[in-house]
Every structure is written in C-alpha cells, then in structure tokens.
Design a protein. Structure first.
Length: 95
C-alpha cells in the first residue's frame, strides 16, 4: 500500500494551512518496534536507531523519534517525567 498525503487526509475538514514538515512512518514498523521494546524504560531515539536491526524501517534517529512519538500518541509509551530536564527525551514503553 502506497502512502500519500492525499490518501491520509481524505475526509478531514480544512481549517487553515500549516507550515512545516510532515513525517510519515509505517504503521507496521511502529507495531514491530512496540513488540520489540515492550516494557523497556529510559529509551532515547538515538538508542532505538543504533540498536535497530532493520535500517529500512528506522533509517535515522529522527525517524526513531517520530516512531516513539507515535507510540506516545497511541498510549503505548510515555515520556519519562523524571528526566524532563535532561538533554535528550527518554521514553518508557508500556507492556
């Protein structure tokens, strides 16, 4: 299935133009990442990228960060509240 902005935005109501980049990540790659990282704590995007076995699914640390944000948005991970002052963002993946 080929993803495009048009196919992802069908049925949405227009409220104004947004400036910025749109980063798409694969649902299956996010699901696979969740299965692999289930229960882990204190993960950073850099660690997820460096430990990734599939460079096609996670080609950069930015993609890993986007995938971790998708896990947070779908309530499968949280941003670690104890480490908010740190330089990197730490994630705890739920079981």
């Amino acid at each position: 299935m080929k993803l495009s902005v048009d196919s992802l935005t069908t049925g949405l109501e227009f409220h104004g133009e947004v400036q910025g980049q749109h980063n798409l990540v694969s649902r299956s790659a996010v699901d696979q990442l969740h299965r692999r990282l289930r229960g882990r704590r204190g993960l950073t995007a850099r660690q997820v990228f460096s430990r990734s076995k599939n460079r096609r699914a996670v080609p950069s640390a930015l993609t890993a960060l986007n995938m971790l944000y998708v896990l947070v948005a779908t309530d499968r991970a949280i941003i670690d509240p104890r480490r908010r002052a740190a330089r990197e963002i730490f994630f705890n993946v739920k079981r």
